[in-house]
Design a protein around this ligand. Sequence first.
Ligand code: AMP
Length: 279
Amino acid sequence: MKTVKTFSELRVARSKLAEPVGLVPTMGYLHEGHLSLARRARQECTSLIATIFINPTQFGPGEDLSTYPRDIPRDLELLEKEGVDLVWIPNAIDMYPLGFQSWVRVSELTQPLEGARRPEHFRGVTTVVTKLFNATMPQKAYFGQKDAQQAAVIRRMVSDLNYHIQIVVCPTVREPDGLAMSSRNTYLDKDERRAAAVLYRALNTAQDAYLKGERDPNILRSLMNAELISEPFARPQYVSCAHPDTLMEHFGRVEDGALLSMAVYIGGTRLIDNILLEE
Ligand code: AMP
């Protein structure tokens, strides 16, 4: 496994890789969720590139850019075990040199949900993913359903900008109690960690009701809220039952399936999770 930092080192290393090339973009501090993407990519591609970059432009003021957990030596060990061929760890100053002023923006899909609470977050995501795509030129790129809106936004961008890249979205990997794996789970203390399982319980409660025939989005949202409110450590920021493609909130009956999603503060830590309800 080769590790590179600069764009020129990457260019040389990329030119030696046999195609098709798969790309797994990450912010590091890897867990089984990330590794599941790498495993899938390893099965489907001849060569595998992983990137580790804590992208400053997708963090808002007051968010956790400075405290985001990092452990590059451990990440490299894990990626090597998964058979990754090339790891690119760019520097922020190379990615965003002095005077940087070119941005990629997806206009509508970024408005609701995470976009409404984290202004400019998706502008940072789509800009950095564009730069990762341009530099690594993959045939396939792997993202997690954990970040459902991100996956939808990137699919839209790939289609709108005519990238010849297949976007593969992999299922959310969970802890035994249902908590979605996340690098940010390390912020939770013991009581908060126990409380954090409430997100998945809330999603499950609404999913059960849906599977039994409930199609009123207000009832599905109320069921999730009721479960969340029963946990003293949890402060919901939003709870959504939205159209799975447009991400607009469902009013009236749920017809074409739904994305149930939420952002919840557990103590000071903001967690997100979602479940897709099929039609
Ligand atoms: P991050 O390092 O948090 O930016 O995540 C990098 C990629 O891993 C993104 O495509 C995430 O959606 C994906 N990912 C993060 N957590 C999980 C998880 N628990 N299950 C599946 N994919 C995940």
